[in-house]
Design a protein around this ligand. Sequence first.
Ligand code: NAI
Ligand code: MG
Length: 360
Amino acid sequence: MNKHITVLPGDGIGPEVTAEAQKLLEEVAVQFGHTFEFTAAHIGGAAIDAEGTPLPEQTVARCKASDAVLLGAVGAPKYDRGPASGRPEAGLLGLRKALDVFANLRPITVFPPLAAASPLKDEVLTNVDFVIVRELTGGLYFGTPRERIQTDHGLEVVDTLRYSEQEIERILRLGYQIAQQRGKRLTSVDKANVLESSRVWRETAERLHAEYPDVELNHLLVDNAAMQIVKDPGQFDVIVTENLFGDILSDEGAMITGSIGMLPSASLGAGGPGLYEPVHGSAPDIAGKGIANPLASFLSAAMMLRHSFGMFAEADAVEQAVQQVLADGLRTADIAGPGDTPLSTAEMGEAVRTRLRATV
Ligand code: NAI
Ligand code: MG
């Protein structure tokens, strides 16, 4: 297959980890007989420096014309004093909007060799491997009215949790489809005992279930879900939920893994290119040292292969190569134990490519 990938390195360690992720994708192309074309473009602080804006039109146009987008990270301390609209982070929010990505996927995996980094006990961490599918463009973060009202008895404030049935349906469908590709269990998280939007969410999940009979559906109230994620995270396969609940639960899920440098994400839209990026930021404290952990970026590339290109064997091969380097005891500084000699970003990249060649 021939695929066009736009690479947005961004700031800090972004360029360091995406350079290695691109090399890994080039190796995948060689091993599996594909052609991947890469085009780089500016975003974030790098775009401000080069073009005076965090999201140049040219960048958006290139992303839209490609099959998928691989992003590093944005943000650097030197921009922290400016207005919000001119900050590097505005570039990322603008890009998500421009690509109309309505679903955010965050896999939560505890790699057994790294379980010691988790705040949870070992016995709670067996078989932790689930995905949170979060609705990204609706709900409380976007609903109107949103205002402050001065009344006779003081200030009142309004935020609005608004969803159309169509928005609920498309995210639930994606949840079902991802469950079909994985362990066939879908947990729909809502607050149907209180919220009308959650009642429609639950009704829609039930109605659509007829179309995905191979998937086992269950419902959890969000407060219970928050407890279950720390009590027994191994029970989940796919969690699907609305924007606010997903924001909170996905950060809770990230924390149980204990390793920010290992967590990938995907943002998917309706037919357009998907956006793939590590969960971590630009890590200014270690930028430029060549010691960043590139594995989150590699696992993001694996998600691209799976979700945008339908290359399932290729995605599995990348994930297995990452598992293998960890099983072989190779570590970057952020995940190294007292006895380990940490690898550089480039050394880790080379090690994963070597494992990939061996597994294919
Ligand atoms: P951060 O994720 O950049 O760093 C948090 C800590 O984790 C730091 O100690 C860092 O060195 C470490 N770390 C993160 N990724 C690592 C990796 N791959 N390998 C080794 N160590 C790693 O979060 P922080 O410090 O809150 O934010 C720094 C900048 O990044 C800010 O400007 C923030 O706005 C931006 N940011 C951007 C995001 C994005 O582009 N999606 C997401 C989060 C933050
Ligand atoms: Mg969050």
